[in-house]
Design a protein around this ligand. Sequence first.
Ligand code: NAG
Ligand code: NAG
Length: 403
Amino acid sequence: MASCSCAVWWASTALLLLILTRFLRSSDGGLISGHATQRSDGLCESLVLPYRDYSCQEFVAQTSDGFLLGVQRMWRPELISEAKKGEPVLLFHGILTGGDVWVLNPPGEGLGFMLADAGYDVWITNYRSSNFSYGHLSYKRSDKGFWDWSVDNLASEDLISSLQLVHSKTNRKLLLVAYSEGAQATLAAFSEGSSSDLVSRAVLMAPVSYLTTGPQLIYIASKLRLQRIYEALNIYQLSTRSPGGRELVDVLCSKTSVKCYRDWFRLFSGYLCCINSTRRAYIDKFETQATSVKNLDHYSQQIRLGTFAKFDYGEAGNMERYKQASPPVYDLSKFPSDRLPMLFISSSRDSLANPTDVAHLFREIPAGYESKIVEDFGHLDFVFGYTANRVVYDSVLDFLQAH
Ligand SMILES: *[C@@H]1O[C@H](CO)[C@@H](O)[C@H](O)[C@H]1NC(C)=O
Ligand SMILES: CC(=O)N[C@H]1CO[C@H](CO)[C@@H](O)[C@@H]1O
């Protein structure tokens, strides 16, 4: 990026952002953690129950910092009963999306459906800001506090609360399938010893850990120091769906060689093999979903510093929070890949969890895990690709069944 002869550009971008960005409406409150609930526009009603072979129930998992996560349980009633319970598997999605990624492709293609068809008790969780979550006990979506989080909190709160909810409902150890930032949160949480004892085996797909490069949103944001503009404007969330969001994305893309005008998919992947263009309109009805600017900022820090560490608040802020000048790094040598059966699935053409960064990850975690590298598969193909069933999910099912 040519360095700033671009004062004019900064100013015009700032102005554009100010004009374009709006906030989403606030979400429902008054829900009780751990209880099944009803929601007519929830994930179950919208995406699972229309297929009559499946049952689906909405739950709420409350995090200790007050977020109300939507957690859905889906199963095939003829395969699972009180007497014959399926093994619980938790699906943990990635950045700028929601738990719907597991069921946006139809039965036979979407991982949620495939696992239910194989007799599993399938639990889908949603990040704190996801469309299918339930907001916060006291913050509204328009409050700064609602967006004061990054992958650190997804690790310490969202993953853990979801695992605990499923464990409390099933009294069994869980299988975990985590994707992209969900996989990164898993790496962070389990490296710190949190809750891996609730899990019996795990699959990490397109695992993000270290970030070096890639033609994607996060990289662009890091180059632009996007969060500075945002902070100046009191903008805390990024969504391509909010009014003006797509134009905002276009502003980002115009600063790079990525041709992602009007196409948020290109923000994630320089390469995509297998998105069904007929189904694209349907996917666009649900995706993307908002994330926090702080979450992107954390990724920018990782790219700039080359670390997989907690959020950097600056020296004074770090002293206050962490009692040290620099943010603590996640010690991947403590990741339980030598104790829990684990499978990593990555792609040689994934520009976000790219081969260089995945190799870096593999050098740091203890040996003992299995890994599979697929060819010619983009980052979003892992959840939206119409061939993900054969290329990736068959291996997921084989691995879960074989151990
Ligand atoms: C693409 O999606 C449409 C609509 O869901 C479907 O009818 C068609 O079979 C799909 N094509 C492929 C190659 O999966
Ligand atoms: C909070 C929010 O944006 N909820 C939306 C999630 O998606 C459904 C289905 O498109 C909408 O009806 C909700 O308003």
